[in-house]
Ligand binder design. Structure first.
Ligand SMILES: Nc1nc2c(c(=O)[nH]1)N[C@H]1C(S)=C(S)[C@@H](COP(=O)(O)O)O[C@H]1N2
Ligand SMILES: [Mo]
Length: 228
């Protein structure tokens, strides 16, 4: 499927669910699997039809926006930061979940500490090398299981799963974790990302089944997303 048709199909799906008045299911299926999810042991690949190839010598991660110390890290500088490992479950909005994903990389809180966000910063906007973007409330990024991961299950992160580096936010649906991440911006106001502009939830809590925007809430302003 072409990229445009894939995006259109996924957007139509979200619109249909919204039009139907999608309502979260009341009960989780177990204490580990969020409601409406099915467990898989495979690891599906979801992207926009592009898996950008970024030579490590050219890779940069910029951390900026409302911060005291805007920073751009090279691959070597990034890898010289303290490394952490965390095992977490992965929940995709298209209803598959995968347990026990072992990620390692740099804790989001470490990047937060380096850049020193100003008190006005309340949202985080991630941008990727494939033109993807996603927005997350800052509070949700400050859990100690949130990482910019460069390794998965003990091996360097493959390109199909978002290498050289991707964001992992285990407590939210996986679209909130930008693969091929290139920049992290701290913002005062929320700014919808790629799927959030196309009907997906802003907050994306899998336990509350926040898959789509609530049709009764005001629509997200459809300003053109400059990254795409
Ligand atoms: N840059 C980028 N990040 C992305 C996506 C994407 O298309 N591009 N898809 C998101 C979605 S919808 C999911 S479910 C996960 C999929 O990660 P995986 O391909 O490693 O399973 O990445 C998320 N991050
Ligand atoms: Mo997804």
């Amino acid at each position: 499927m072409s990229q445009a048709r894939y995006i259109e199909a996924k957007q139509k799906w979200a619109e249909k669910q919204q039009a139907r008045g999608f309502r979260p299911r009341a009960v989780a299926s177990s204490d580990r699997l969020p409601p409406g999810q099915k467990l898989t042991t495979s690891f599906p690949v979801l992207d926009l039809g592009v898996q950008p190839e970024i030579p490590l010598a050219e890779w940069r991660l910029s951390v900026g926006g409302l911060v005291e110390r805007p920073t751009t890290l090279t691959w070597d500088e990034f890898n010289a930061l303290p490394q952490v490992e965390d095992t977490s479950d992965f929940h995709c909005v298209t209803t598959w979940s995968r347990y026990d994903c072992r990620w390692s990389g740099v804790a989001f809180t470490k990047l937060y500490e380096l850049a020193q966000p100003k008190p006005e910063a309340r949202f985080v906007y991630f941008t990727s090398f494939d033109g993807y973007s996603t927005n997350v409330p800052l509070a949700a990024c400050l859990d100690d299981d949130v990482l910019v991961a460069t390794r998965f299950d003990g091996a360097p992160l493959t390109r199909e799963h978002g290498g050289p580096a991707r964001v992992i936010i285990p407590k939210l649906y996986a679209w909130k974790g930008a693969k091929f991440v290139s920049s992290i911006a701290f913002l005062a106001d929320d700014k919808p990302g790629f799927w959030e502009l196309r009907g997906y939830s802003d907050t994306a809590d899998p336990w509350k089944e926040e898959r789509y925007q609530d049709p009764s809430s005001p629509p997200v302003p459809l300003f053109p997303n400059p990254e795409v």
